[in-house]
Design a protein around this ligand. Structure first.
Ligand SMILES: [Zn+2]
Length: 570
């Protein structure tokens, strides 16, 4: 039995995520965790909301709420949606937790002690009316390029030109509107990533089993131009982790917080501590996942994320971990994802284009989405959500192949033999052929899941479903029953066992349907060690019930209606 620590990239607190976000980290991390648990491994699956930074403050202001209250409410919204999609996180934490405050300050203190943090004096805009330094986004004015009068200090939203606050015409505070601004000198902390370059390079080069997508992005940042740059890790904001050096105040850094990108990955550790707290467990319970001197030396740590997060997870977070000089667990494998497109374009909140997670659950049960998204996961390249493809996946794979098989077998058995597994004779050549066809597919399925090749695993799972359908079609117990009821009974016994096997194998992808199938079969969920033995697990006389129809088809009229509803406002 192995111990596997799995983290999903943290969804930002601001707003509800779309299907592309879901399939870019959270959903595949859940499928992988479910598979590893089913194989008997000890798994810790961690996710959390990423709550700090300017966008959260601005969104809270727009909603007319204190940022703390805004984040608390949005965390609950995101938590409920994660539950709706059956994401089996051991803990869904918050980067604003007391645990993350303490750990972030701890890491900053260790890095400073190691000489890896530099204090840099910078010139920055100060608002006398607001009594604070303003981050670039908090300064508004007229764009010198296009004349748009609500351009921000970092970028003009209208013409997308990158700006410096001093470029703006009539600059004013986005908080108070005051134009009483001046440029003052202030200090910020920089993480000296450049000092870590050799160590990081050696570490990345040791990761020969990582996907090229991951290592090439990391190497680009390490080597392009002047190489890896030091990175500012503090900001002038109210909302965030106050800058401290461990438990000590940090002279000159009063009123500043750590930059969200410094504290967010540390929340992976903090959320595991939050988990232990919520369970009433001592610190040793989470430390055995994260500290190699406290039991984590045999943990395999796997991170899931979309490709834009890779630089931070291959360079910035490892700099924090390595630079601390403490034996914290470094990532063993990074699973990066490309983008999910929506009907050939981008998802857009502002244009109402694409399906967002809350809307998806209102339309159809989570299994429908999980199956399509996982079986079309954007692994080696971007993939494209179209309603036509979604309709095909649901109707063919789920309804015609799997759902239909379960329905036909259980209903036929009930009508001829009652709600118990019938006796019949021994399995014959047809059943043996099915066992021989499934065994290598099952091995391939396991191999792909272990390698986190989600699409390939889904293809094997689908093939295993298809084998059962073809068998049933050829064996035709409803015809056989008229001439040889004994043989028909054996066939049905075999098919009922296939349902149990399908339930166990399908669980990482479609947990609700799998649970319904297991319930109906009144069976346990033990993973098959041997295909033949697994297909004799339910003996004659074992009771079952006929489950409700597992999947409903999406007809063309409904598909067109959904295409129109989510096509965006032009
Ligand atoms: Zn502009």
């Amino acid at each position: 039995m192995a111990r596997i620590l799995i983290t999903s990239a943290l969804p930002y607190i601001n707003g509800i995520k779309h299907l592309g976000n879901l399939v870019g980290s959270q959903l595949p991390s859940d499928a992988y965790a479910r598979f590893m648990r089913a194989r008997g491994h000890e798994v810790m699956l961690i996710c959390a909301t990423d709550e700090h930074g300017t966008p959260a403050e601005l969104a809270a202001a727009k909603a007319g709420k204190p940022v703390e209250e805004f984040c608390r409410e949005m965390w609950q919204v995101q938590k409920d949606i994660a539950d709706g999609f059956r994401l089996s996180f051991d803990h869904f934490g918050r980067s604003s937790s007391a645990r993350n405050h303490a750990l972030t300050q701890h890491f900053a203190g260790r890095l400073a002690d190691a000489g890896l943090i530099e204090e840099v004096s910078e010139k920055q805009v100060y608002s006398r009316a607001d009594g604070r330094f303003l981050p670039d986004r908090y300064i508004e004015g007229t764009c010198p390029n296009c004349g748009y009068d609500k351009a921000r200090g970092d970028q003009c939203e209208n013409c997308t030109k990158q700006l410096d606050p001093t470029d703006l015409i009539n600059p004013h505070s986005a908080i108070s509107g005051s134009t009483d601004l001046e440029v003052r000198e202030t200090k910020h902390l920089y993480l000296r990533q450049s000092q870590m370059r050799a160590k990081l390079t050696a570490w990345i080069e040791s990761k020969t089993d990582w996907p090229v997508l991951t290592t090439s992005i990391a190497k680009k940042w390490l080597n392009d131009g002047d190489g890896l740059q030091d990175r500012g890790i503090t900001r002038d904001l109210d909302w965030g982790v106050p800058v401290k050096r461990g438990a000590q105040d940090w002279p000159g850094m009063e009123g500043k917080v750590f930059y969200v990108w410094f504290d967010a990955p540390i929340e992976y550790i903090a959320a595991t501590a939050e988990w232990a707290d919520a369970q009433g467990l001592p610190d040793s319970a989470w430390q055995r996942w994260w500290r190699e001197d406290m039991g984590a030396e045999d943990v395999r740590y796997v991170e899931f994320m979309a490709k834009d997060n890779i630089p931070f997870h291959t360079l910035t977070f490892p700099s924090t971990i390595m630079g601390s000089g403490e034996p914290w667990k470094l990532v063993d494998y990074i699973k990066g994802f490309n983008w999910l497109l929506y009907e050939g374009g981008k998802f857009s909140t502002s244009q109402g284009r694409g399906v967002f997670m809350d809307q998806a659950l209102e339309i159809l049960p989570s299994d429908y989405w999980r199956w399509w998204l996982l079986s079309n996961a954007p692994e080696s390249a971007d993939s494209d959500f179209t309603w036509e493809s979604f309709q095909t996946g649901v109707n063919k794979d789920l309804a015609d192949v799997l759902g239909n098989f379960v329905s036909r077998v259980t209903k036929f058995c009930r009508s001829k033999f009652g709600e118990t597994v019938p006796e019949g004779g021994a399995y014959g050549p047809a059943e043996q052929a099915v066992i021989e066809a499934i065994a290598p597919r099952l091995a391939a399925y396991e191999r792909h899941m272990e390698a986190i090749e989600i699409r390939k695993a889904a293809a094997e799972l689908r093939a295993i479903w298809v084998i059962g359908n073809e068998y049933l079609q050829a064996a035709a117990p409803w015809a056989l029953y008229k001439t040889d009821p004994e043989a028909a009974a054996a066939c049905v016994r075999f098919a009922l066992n296939l349902i149990r096997l399908y339930a166990v194998l399908s669980r990482p992808f479609i947990p609700d349907a799998a649970a319904a199938m297991l319930d109906a079969m009144k069976a346990d969920d033990s993973w098959p060690e041997d295909t033949g033995a697994a297909l004799s697990a339910l003996p004659a006389g074992h009771g079952f019930t006929v489950p409700d129809n597992l999947f409903a088809k999406i007809d063309d009229a409904r598909r067109v209606e959904l295409e129109e509803r989510f096509g965006g406002r032009d």
